[in-house]
Design a binder for this molecule. Sequence first.
Ligand SMILES: Cc1cc2nc3c(=O)[nH]c(=O)nc-3n(C[C@H](O)[C@H](O)[C@H](O)COP(=O)(O)OP(=O)(O)OC[C@H]3O[C@@H](n4cnc5c(N)ncnc54)[C@H](O)[C@@H]3O)c2cc1C
Length: 314
Amino acid sequence: MNKKIYDVVIIGAGPAGLTSALYAGRSNLSVLVIEKPNVGSLLMAHKIENYPGINNSPTGKEIYTLMKEQALKFHAEFINATFLGFDLSGENKIVKTDKENFMTKTIIIASGWAKNSSKKLPGEGEFLGKGVSYCATCDGAFTRNMSVSLFGKGKEIAEEALFLTKYSKEIHMFVSDELEDFGDESLTATLKANDKVKIHLSSKLLEIKGEEFVEEVVVEESGFINIYKSQFAFLYLGTKSLKELYGEVAPSDENGYIITNDSMHTSIEGIFAAGDVRSKNIRQVTTATSDGTIAALEVIKFVLKKENLKAQYN
Ligand SMILES: Cc1cc2nc3c(=O)[nH]c(=O)nc-3n(C[C@H](O)[C@H](O)[C@H](O)COP(=O)(O)OP(=O)(O)OC[C@H]3O[C@@H](n4cnc5c(N)ncnc54)[C@H](O)[C@@H]3O)c2cc1C
């Protein structure tokens, strides 16, 4: 876990997230933007002719670069990572990614349109809840004496695998990286020393198979295709749909978009949503930047209020 406590962690570096980063950074808040590389509607836009003030029909990528430079100027930090989930059990909120977990006082969800994050692997949707899971800490207790597999990389998969050692008989960790390193030396050593754990490097999940429940996983490992018996498959690959990602923190509409009020508040204090990820009628760069502005101003109010309250009682 990264030790820093951010004022705000922003999930997404499209127009909504980058505008929030600009406003929050310019107000001296500590800001981290998590961005999944080469993803997002802005990057897909070939030519933008209706963003006021920029009159030379730039590509979405050009607008992205300009917006990011402006946020960097006001000290926003950026990390290339995939958001995986939240832990809201403590005083500070924890944002989990495939690289590292981050502590923060507030969160702005600005990860764009549903289709970006809802691409499923063969068998994933079919067996969701029937052996496919995104959370070993939630479902680990169901894996007593079973052979299970985990797919992903980084600290998240390592911590989840360690949790499973309490229950499962055999744990196959399929890691997309080439190195046996989970970003934490002692955690890596603990897993390597555990007889139940088998680490497979340079591997990629191709398919999950079974009848009623998961029975096998088909994996590509260093160019070879292998099939493993597995009664659970825990996935940390960024393939959750919007509802699966954010359902615990915010109600969604019938299409999975997050419902907020006009001030971008979700149903959880300190968590906001902005841009195309929100339930709304118009999805454009201008409406995304507008949402991002409002969300950041609400974050600034929220953080200042908390700090003043703390000062009053200390
Ligand atoms: C082909 C195309 C053309 C368009 N043309 C125009 C136009 O001409 N004019 C106009 O105004 N609008 C246009 N739009 C719409 C416009 O691009 C969007 O409305 C706008 O980009 C939405 O901004 P956003 O910040 O909400 O999301 P996005 O721009 O989609 O950005 C989402 C961000 O979230 C990140 N992200 C997603 N999932 C994760 C995850 N799991 N973990 C971490 N980060 C994640 C992505 O990396 C990205 O940085 C177009 C859209 C498309 C697809």
